[in-house]
Design a protein around this ligand. Sequence first.
Ligand SMILES: [Zn+2]
Length: 99
Amino acid sequence: MATDYDAPRKTDDEQSEDSIEELKARRHEKNSGKVDEDEVEAAESFELPGADLSHEELAVQVVPKKSDEFTCSSCFLVHHRSQLASEKNGRLICQDCAY
Ligand SMILES: [Zn+2]
């Protein structure tokens, strides 16, 4: 009796495994190297220097000023607090743009 139960189970496993293997094989045939190589190359070139560089660029753009500096809303340059000419509605104007 036990063998009767085991027999169909094994065939089920084998069938599912076969279908997965078939899917894998079909995927390989579809991509056939083209997409895979491009994706791998893009991922490698992006991860090696890309991650660090993009992070630094973001940090520089988002936090360009120190506590004693401000970004002019007109020329978008970072000036020292002493160069702040006016501040209206959150817009900081440097002395160069104020005159
Ligand atoms: Zn300015």
